[in-house]
Design a protein around this ligand. Sequence first.
Ligand code: LIP
Length: 262
Amino acid sequence: MADLASLASLATEIAREAGALAKRRRTEGVAIAATKSSLADIVTEADREVEELIRSRIAAERPDDGFLGEESGTTAAGEITWVVDPIDGTVNYAAGIPQYAVSIGIVAGDTPSPDWETIVGVVFNPVTGELFSATQGGGAWLGDAKLHVARVGEAGALLATGFGYNPATHDGDIAAAARALPLARDLRRMGAASLDLAFVAAGRLDGYFERGLQPWDHAAGALLVREAGGIVRFAPADEFGRTLTVASGPELADSLWKAALG
Ligand code: LIP
């Protein structure tokens, strides 16, 4: 296996290239290519094009590695697997809301599971130019600034969450938000899980929880949080088949977990 610094450098280089393409396509106009689980669950032509760029760059540099992408699925397993969301926050992207990111996680092994061992994570917002990165044991960074999760202030926690594309799940999601609000000074729904997790790592958010994330949504961001001193937990799927992701600093972890889980 290549050393983590080399993997992180390649992931960063590819994320920047992919982000530049996504941003360019956004300015040219976005075409919806298809819907997935519901009318609200869209994929754009740019999602597919950006993922193909990432996939081909990885194949050229590291042909024996595995790949799992949101839009194109998985390739043959490798000693390490690249777990990619080419444009996380697709609905924001299609609507012209500048809160989306290229999310690239590298995990040891080949079996998608929440307790994967992520060894490298990169989350890049091409609009702000912010590139969050982490290597296992190497800390979490925003550019050259080392990141650390926040301590919750006297006014309460600034939390973020998300809601599923399936309207049948909304009652449960709203109930979880209602249970969490007593912990909160306020609640945000920003629409890109990888950036929500990066913001927890950066101390911008005190905590984040959401049901229904896929490995490509959280593979990179979960490593950012853990390397910034935070805790990330996953709960088994609910009746809709959606696992729960909860991320925060240590002091909020137990209370947010109980509130989000119900
Ligand atoms: C999105 C997540 C977001 C979640 C959306 C969707 P996508 O990922 O980043 O947190 O609420 O339902 O899953 O589909 O834009 O890659």
